[in-house]
Design a protein around this ligand. Sequence first.
Ligand code: ATP
Length: 456
Amino acid sequence: MAEDAVTMDKIVALCKRRGFVFASSDIYGGMSAAYDYGHYGVLLKGNVKNEWWRAMLSERDDVVAIDSAIIQHPKVWEASGHLAGFTDPLVDCKTCKARFRADHLEERAVGLECPRKPSKLPGEGPDCDLTPARDFNLMLKTTIGAVEETGSIAYLRPETAQGIFINFKNALQSLRVKPPFGIAQVGKSFRNEITTKNFVFRMREFEQMEMEFFVPPAEAPQWYESWKAERFDWYQRLGIRPDHLRLREHDADELSHYSSGTADVEYLFPMGWSELEGVANRGNFDLTQHAEHSGEKLEYFDQPTGERYVPHVIEPAAGADRAMLAFLADAYDEDEIGGEKRTVLKLHPRLAPVKVAVFPLLRKDGHPELARELFAALRGTMQAEYDDGGAIGKRYRRQDEIGTPFCVTVDHQSLEDGTVTVRERDSLTQERVHRDELVGHLAARLAAPWRSPKLG
Ligand code: ATP
């Protein structure tokens, strides 16, 4: 297989150049670990989330949706253990004032360097003076109430999962669901992360896609296995190359005390293998904790058998931004067409921000009128763009760079016989399709099975 052309710098540059993702607050000098999504970034991340919803909801009949509040009762975080235990052990350097995660220092993590002497690791430079590790809570605090001094402290949620557990009873009562069933949520989470390298991989404000699957206790091991397989497969179905994806089971010493199994889906990012998603068998820890702290019974009563139990939970927890970054990294390619270099995103058509671009070959002779007519017909059913600026080759390149799978060109022949050229991004094949069949033709090709052309 050809060497990957992708680097993190190239992705960051492409994202900025083409309006996917910008460093936040740029005009004020920027804000670390915060990013703003531009037009194509909104469309791409939107497609990632839609594909997650499709796999969780539309293609199943045992998962329901929730959208819980970001600021919840502070007791939620007491019960979940986040208030006491959602911490990273941190080490400060008294000389340069930089902060490091103690676990990163221990494992000599990739990219770690002394800010004063980058060829050395922190602690190994001549002036380094590191403190012992101290626990630092990652939750972001805010104050609720009109007067800051008397208001009460609240937290921005550090994960979407707890919003699901506290709605377990609502789902049981309002939707008549019965284990095994899941509740899924997509939304923003906030963490006061210390190490914030690698673009949107680690941000302080990010989007999660989490699902809690409630099962009879005896069925937990088998559901854990099936959710690991399903989540691993989801990334591959959307085009991630199998040799860039792995499932890593946590060692016993990595597991939280309540978990009887956790596995990470990892992707081979430009900076190395890193977590994309965690799948955990959480036992009945969360429901039991919330029942204790709230005084509510959080259990399931099975009428036919007369059995009463606290369901066990399997949790696939993914990040929308991280998934998007993995899809971008996997799709990024550089090749040559007729001696000219091209940058292309070989994205799965379902993920591509724009599905089709329509070009008039000339800005005269009736080409723009027909092209506009086709554009209007297409955009009702798929994300489409119209472009009449510059040479046709340039317009193709622009679409390749944002991953548009199809370009449609109107030329002289189109006005004579009603056919247009459909050019495909990966194979570069061009075929003539009658204008009356264009919408159906493209819809069928977009829905067809797809395999990364990088696999050869
Ligand atoms: P990490 O070990 O990388 O800090 P985590 O194990 O703490 O991640 P979880 O709490 O399991 O992460 O969150 C589930 C998913 O949410 C992660 O797999 C990741 O995709 C995403 N995620 C977590 N933290 C961040 C972040 N700071 N920025 C972007 N995505 C994140």
